[in-house]
Design a protein around this ligand. Structure first.
Ligand code: NAD
Length: 480
């Protein structure tokens, strides 16, 4: 029997009537939230559609300053939102605040980008104006996940709004209260109908993406949902931006400091309990450093587990899927060195887990595992590690730890992913826009490229009119 995988999973939260929000730290009920119906969705989209021309004609500087104002409100309410984030998804409050701060920075930087975003002047005839201009797509629908909910929502909302689209936000069914609070901040700063937040799960999301008045759908979430949205919109031609799941490799080359390499792996695999789209999902370690790297990683994983600071997984179903993948790998010959067991306590915790002797045919290394797992495979050469890293249907990001510049250059050239990171598992300059490959999505879900996704291009040619008795300027087309 095949192991159930995260990306094949459908959200199972019942949608009729209310969403029951559960605190993953102890399983207690946080709240119930009303689900918006397809009728409400239709009304909201129509309201957005009516408001959109006015918003598009609002000066870009004004749109931008409203986003800056929203950034200030979000910053002021960060602690309150982080607390809701923690209760709804179990994310440790410090990490939740970091995510909200990232969102604040995005609102501010996108506000600046918005005032500069435009078309180009074209080289045409004298006395003519030839240029391209960017225009909003109309109504944008943003479907966001629960694992970094505010940072991700800020990316989509800022790019959609600053370019003159009206926005329907549909936060994850795991954190509807947080989504509503975030949406409220935006509506406080924007004209009526420009931003609306609806709460619900996959059925509501499906109704939104299928609506004929929607001009662009941006989905940040799992690959299986991304494929469903592609199928749902195949006939409508609506523009899709899909930032989906990943199965990111990390390659450890010969000659690196084992303690440092282990710390990079631990950060990549265990941050946010492994619930990061760009978490390290598979590790290929050169045999010359494998022993000390694995020893140091085991030590670090033990310390993390003893600290009690690792947050839970978002729900029991995810924990079962993660454990099923670990368990299947162990039954197929992999060795669990630390973790790999579900404890007795309340909530949906799963320990930091280090598992060696993994192989490419295991579900654990073939599929995204949204949990704190570091699956290790020892390789005989850098080339072998790079080849294994490249063999995957996903293409979100990859990390290579190497002191060898030629190896680094080779990794940049050969890895078919949106983002390559050399010698740092998380990091990079702000404003990077990457295109995910394969099952990881389509289009640019972040940064300046997202403003392009939210707009369409119009080319304009303006020539002088012919007026009786008036000579054409410069003799253009002048027949006397
Ligand atoms: P998900 O796809 O289940 O949900 C994301 C959003 O899509 C939610 O709002 C959900 O209600 C909606 N949705 C679900 N089914 C739908 C359908 N049939 N039609 C329309 N909308 C639908 O993802 P998730 O479980 O919330 O998030 C975890 C996943 O997101 C992981 O795979 C992770 O890698 C990915 N992720 C990717 C990025 C990235 O930038 N690439 C960032 C964060 C998370």
């Amino acid at each position: 029997m095949s192991v159930p995988t995260f990306t094949e999973h459908d959200a199972t939260i019942p949608e009729e009537g209310v969403l029951t929000v559960v605190d993953p730290r102890d399983g207690s009920v946080v709240d119930t939230v009303a689900v918006d119906t397809p009728e409400t969705a239709n009304e909201a989209i129509r309201r957005a559609w009516r408001a959109q021309p006015g918003w598009a004609r609002t000066a870009a500087a004004d749109r931008s300053s409203r986003l800056t104002e929203a950034a200030g409100l979000l910053e002021a309410r960060a602690a309150q939102l982080a607390e809701i984030n923690t209760r709804e998804t179990g994310r440790p409050t410090g990490e939740a605040i970091d995510g909200i701060r990232a969102g604040v920075a995005t609102l501010r930087s996108t506000a600046v980008l918005g005032t500069m975003h435009g078309g180009t002047r074209l080289a045409g005839q004298a006395y003519c104006s030839d240029y391209s201009r960017r225009e909003p797509r109309g109504v944008a629908v943003a479907l966001t996940p629960w694992n970094d909910p505010v940072a991700v929502a800020c990316e989509l909302a800022a790019a959609a709004l600053v370019t003159g689209n009206c926005l329907i936000l549909k936060p994850s069914e795991h954190c509807p209260r947080l989504g509503r609070e975030f949406g409220r901040i935006l509506t406080e700063c924007l004209p009526e109908g420009v931003v609306q937040t609806l709460t619900g799960g996959p059925a509501l999301g499906a109704a939104l993406v299928s609506h004929p008045l929607v001009g662009v759908v941006a989905h940040i979430g799992s690959s299986s949902t991304g494929r469903k949205i592609q199928r749902l919109t195949a006939d409508s031609g609506v523009h899709l931006v899909l930032e989906n799941g990943g199965n990111d490799p990390l390659v450890v080359d010969a000659g690196v400091d084992p303690q440092w390499a282990a710390a990079q792996i631990a950060l990549g695999a265990f941050a946010n309990s492994g619930q990061v789209c760009t978490s390290v999902e598979r590790v290929y370690v050169h045999e010359s450093v494998a022993g000390p790297v694995v020893d140091a990683l085991v030590h670090q994983a033990e310390q993390i587990n003893e600290s009690g600071e690792l947050g839970p997984l978002v729900d029991g179903a995810l924990r079962e899927r993660v454990h099923a993948q670990v368990d299947a790998a162990a039954r197929a010959g992999a060795r669990i060195l630390v973790g790999g067991e579900i404890g007795q306590g309340p909530g949906f915790h799963y320990p930091a887990t280090v598992i060696t002797d993994c192989r490419p045919d295991m579900e654990l290394t073939r599929e995204e595992t949204f949990g704190p797992i570091a699956p290790i495979q020892v390789v005989g050469s850098f080339e072998e590690g790079l080849a294994l890293a490249s063999q995957d249907r996903y293409g979100l990001a990859a990390t290579v730890l190497t002191p060898d510049l030629a190896h680094a250059q080779r990794a940049v050239e050969e890895l078919c992913v949106g983002t390559v990171k050399i010698n740092e598992v998380f990091g990079g300059a702000p404003g990077g826009s990457a295109t995910p490959r394969g099952a990881s999505g389509n289009g640019c879900g972040y940064g300046p490229g997202l403003l392009d996704e939210m707009t369409v291009v119009k080319v304009v040619h303006i020539a002088p009119a012919r007026i009786p008795g008036v000579a054409a300027p410069g003799g253009v087309g002048d027949e006397g």
